[in-house]
Design a protein around this ligand. Structure first.
Ligand SMILES: [Zn+2]
Length: 89
């Protein structure tokens, strides 16, 4: 079943600064915990590494997370798309 067209943004990270968002199947959905399904990284404008992860459960993606891989920067932006690559190690 393709549920991607039904996903809506139901929350954002509590820090209020990073672009991390929580996803649900409707606006009444509870925010769910998920495990990492997809792991990418890209570069911030300052050149630091931003992790981009899709978390989810067996039914749906639950979160699109942006995080500082090297801890050098508070994440406030989405990395430039052309810098994205799979995080494998
Ligand atoms: Zn945050």
């Amino acid at each position: 079943m393709n549920i991607l067209p039904d996903l809506v943004v139901i929350g954002r990270c509590g820090c209020g600064k990073c672009p991390t968002i929580q996803l649900g199947l409707n606006y009444e959905s509870d925010i769910l915990d998920g495990r990492t399904l997809i792991d990418y990284c890209g570069l911030s404008q300052k050149g630091n590494i931003i992790g981009v992860s899709v978390l989810g459960n067996e039914k749906q993606p639950t979160e699109l997370e942006f995080w500082s891989v090297d801890g050098l920067e508070e994440i406030t932006e989405i990395p430039a798309i052309e810098t994205l690559k799979p995080m494998n190690t």
